[in-house]
Design a protein around this ligand. Structure first.
Ligand SMILES: NC(=O)c1ccc[n+]([C@@H]2O[C@H](COP(=O)([O-])OP(=O)(O)OC[C@H]3O[C@@H](n4cnc5c(N)ncnc54)[C@H](O)[C@@H]3O)[C@@H](O)[C@H]2O)c1
Length: 341
């Protein structure tokens, strides 16, 4: 084990959680943050007691003592120059999904990472949620025999949808569906996706933009297992950043179902009515603990670099997810099922 220095570029909602996680790690001896919003920069500097906070990500890439960089800035479409520069500088990288704006750029990033001998991982946070990790382990152990069909249906509130819509033209498949596709492809490894069909629906957001409200993705794997992944972002406002998911996996010898709707805690107040706290996708701090998977995911990355271990989510896996979500968008546009090479 060696102690390491970490850079975090973009310390908004997600980058802030990751920066605080890094600050809590005994293996991190230096925490460097690039954040362009001065108010947020001041806030995160005080929260994390970072070694340095700057508004210029280039200074982090150029700092030789930094071992690894976490890229959590938005918009996603502007992140590739940061990713490429960080990898070319020989930094290990954890980037929020999607890995890159296009397949060609994703391939370029993977080639640079392999050439430089650094780890490139992508923020597929669901893999670090114990419920999801259990489903993966159960399928791989054969607890339910051979999987026949797998479903993940995820819906988030319209406040998140509006935030995403404001900065990007990406579809529900690329933004939320990508987590479900990554999760199910992981569970079903070594099977490969061969056929993708998708449909979108839009009655709210599409009145003011090209963004649909919901997307279903159906995937057939090479052994005939089917996947259905639904992703939407128009739930009514409730608890801030509320997210709800259902998972159902049916196999030849059994079935798994997971309620990830966060109804285990219900708060009912005169002001807000019923709410389900601790229900946002990345999770949230509660005094001295963190309710959610993003801190464990961040510490896994930090420890992988410090202990020279492989990261759980590889760039090549993220590239395969991109193939599926892009095929889904093409299918939704053309109405045709898309075969994957
Ligand atoms: N893994 C998950 O569960 C999960 C959940 C939500 C969001 N995300 C992803 O995380 C990413 C960040 O989302 P967010 O909600 O935190 O966004 P955000 O808008 O809250 O934060 C982005 C931050 O980046 C800063 N920024 C923008 N350009 C910059 C630059 N050039 N240099 C430095 N800072 C810069 C902004 O000022 C902002 O503070 C997105 O790609 C999103 O899709 C992942």
């Amino acid at each position: 084990m060696r102690q390491i220095e970490i850079g975090v570029i973009g310390a908004g909602w997600v980058g802030g959680i990751r920066a605080n996680a890094c600050a809590s790690s005994a293996v991190v001896t230096g925490l460097h943050i690039a954040e362009t919003n001065p108010d947020r920069a001041a806030e995160i500097a005080s929260e994390t007691e970072a070694t340095r906070v700057t508004d210029d990500w280039r200074t982090l890439v150029e700092t030789a003592s930094i071992d690894a960089i976490i890229i959590a800035s938005t918009p996603e479409s502007a992140r590739f120059p940061i990713l490429r520069a960080a990898l070319q500088a020989g930094k290990h990288v954890l980037i929020e999904k999607p890995i890159a704006p296009s397949p060609a750029e994703a391939d370029e990033a993977i080639a640079i990472a392999e050439d430089k001998g650094v780890q490139l991982s992508v923020g597929y946070t669901r893999r670090f949620d114990p419920k999801y990790a259990y489903v993966n382990a159960a399928i791989k152990r054969g607890d339910i025999g051979e999987p026949v069909t797998c479903l993940v249906s995820r819906n988030i509130t319209r406040e998140i949808g509006a935030k995403i819509k404001g900065r990007s033209k990406m579809s529900p498949a690329a933004m939320g569906g990508t987590h479900s596709i990554d999760f199910l492809l992981w569970c079903l490894q070594p099977r490969r996706p061969v056929l993708v069909y998708s449909q979108q629906s839009g009655k709210l957001f599409n009145q003011v933009s090209d963004t649909p409200d919901h997307q279903w993705i159906m995937v057939t794997m090479d052994d005939g297992t089917t996947i259905s992944a639904g992703s939407g972002w128009v739930l009514p406002l409730g608890y801030p950043q509320y997210s709800q998911s259902w998972i159902e996996v049916v196999g030849t010898e059994g079935a798994l179902s997971v309620d990830d709707t966060h109804r285990e805690i219900q708060v009912n107040t005169v002001e807000h009515g019923i709410r389900y706290p601790l229900s946002s996708m990345p999770g949230e701090p509660v005094d001295h603990v963190f309710a959610g998977a993003m801190v464990d995911e961040t510490l896994h990355f930090v420890n992988a670099i410090a202990y020279d271990r492989p990261v759980l989510v590889t760039a090549r896996e993220a590239r395969l997810v991109m193939d599926v979500t892009m095929a889904a968008d093409l299918s939704a546009e053309t109405g045709q099922a898309i075969e994957l090479a």
